[in-house]
Design a protein around this ligand. Structure first.
Ligand code: NAP
Ligand code: ZN
Ligand code: ZN
Length: 350
């Protein structure tokens, strides 16, 4: 074991404070990564505040959050073949899985039916709690490490590892492309990546935001249309318009209103994860053969595909880089939708 430095919430809902903990020594297939940058995902806030207690087996404190990890390889185990010292690499929301179930075998490790080992607030195969990316180093099996786009800045690519793949995966699965009309609900960390990726995939993209405050940004990011959901006219005007609606909102909203925006046969995909269940009217679905679906990040193979796609198309996240000492302030600003569009911690500040 060796010492690692980071920031942790010592108890549920506590502010994050400096924290020292142990990381395992690298095993044969492990890569040691010096973390340069880590994005702040809204999930980190839900987890630190134990907002998903109805859905998770446990919340483990002290908790070192962070699953948008970008860094450089500093050491490799004797059996590592995919990476070498100096490589620019990333780690996303999980660091291992069972590797043998049908989902793992088909590259859908995020849906492993046996045991996905999440990057933090989880236990590894030995039962040891995992610690995330608000820290100086991480030790991860090479099969769960990603190669970052070589020509793009590492800080602006860190959020691709969660926000990027969480939008890329459903956009691909539900075939967003030329001729398709896609709406992205919520222009936050996930939503702004949704706009960029949908635009790059060639579909027509509409942003549905609470107000028109971010309209100019939305257009700059690639949106064809932008509407405020606080204006009731929006729902009347856009009724039956979309093939695909991707809902990134982290709070409770009236899903029936959004389902009504779908064409006949359209699909609304939930990626936002509010704390409470939300009722859905059967008629909102049956009346137009609509589908309500969900999607969770992406597997290792697809995450690499997304990173390569972003490398090829020059797609990065719009980030505000902060020192780690500003973490608690950043959380408050995320909760107020006051971030353009992802906070990224510069780990040199640790
Ligand atoms: P974020 O940056 O806070 O963005 C969420 C956006 O939702 C806000 O920017 C805001 O957009 C909108 N919003 C917030 N409160 C709202 C309200 N009361 N009513 C309507 N709209 C509201 O968060 P994020 O990091 O993108 O994450 C979004 C959600 O996705 C979180 O619940 C997170 O846990 C979840 N998540 C899921 C996955 C997955 O795999 N499924 C992966 C990562 C994150 P406007 O200002 O434009 O209205
Ligand atoms: Zn995330
Ligand atoms: Zn599995």
């Amino acid at each position: 074991m060796s010492k690692s430095k980071g920031y942790a919430a010592l108890t549920a809902r506590a502010a994050l404070v400096p924290y020292t903990f142990e990381r395992r020594e690298p095993r044969a297939h492990d890569v040691v990564i010096e973390i340069k940058y880590c994005g702040i995902c809204h999930t980190d806030i839900h987890q630190v505040r134990s907002e998903w207690n109805d859905y998770l087996p446990e919340s483990i404190f002290p908790m070192v959050p962070g699953h948008e990890i970008a860094g450089v390889v500093t050491a490799t185990g004797s059996g590592v073949t995919k990476y070498k010292v100096g490589d620019k690499v990333g780690v996303g929301c999980f660091v291992d899985s069972c590797r043998t179930c049908p989902e793992c075998k088909s590259g859908l490790e995020q849906y492993c039916t046996v045991h996905t080992v999440w990057t933090y607030n989880a236990r590894d195969h030995e039962g040891v709690p995992t610690c995330g990316g608000y820290s100086d180093r991480i030790v991860v099996d090479e099969n769960y490490v990603l190669r970052m786009p070589q020509a793009l800045p590492l800080d602006a690519c860190a959020p691709l590892l969660c926000a990027g793949i969480t939008l890329y995966s459903p956009l691909r699965y539900w075939q967003a492309g030329p001729g398709k009309k896609v709406a992205i609900v919520g222009l936050g960390g996930l939503g702004h990546m949704g706009v960029k990726l949908t635009h790059a995939l060639g579909a027509e993209v509409t942003v549905l935001s609470q107000s028109l405050k971010k309209q100019a940004d939305g257009k700059r990011l690639g949106a064809d249309h932008f509407y405020a959901t606080s204006d009731p006219e929006t729902f009347a005007r856009l009724k039956g318009s979309f093939d695909l609606v991707i809902n990134t909102v982290s709070a409770e909203i009236d899903w029936n209103q959004y389902l009504a925006l779908l064409k006949v046969g359209g699909t609304m995909v939930l990626v936002g994860l509010p704390e409470k269940n939300i009722p859905v009217g059967a008629f909102a679905l049956t009346g137009a053969r609509r589908t309500l679906a969900g999607s969770q990040i992406g597997g290792i193979r697809e995450t690499q595909e997304m990173l390569d796609f972003c490398g090829k198309h020059g797609i990065t996240c719009d980030v505000e880089v902060i020192p780690i000492q500003k973490i608690n302030e950043a959380y408050e600003r995320v909760l107020k939708s006051d971030v353009r569009y992802r906070f990224v911690i510069d780990m040199a500040s640790l």
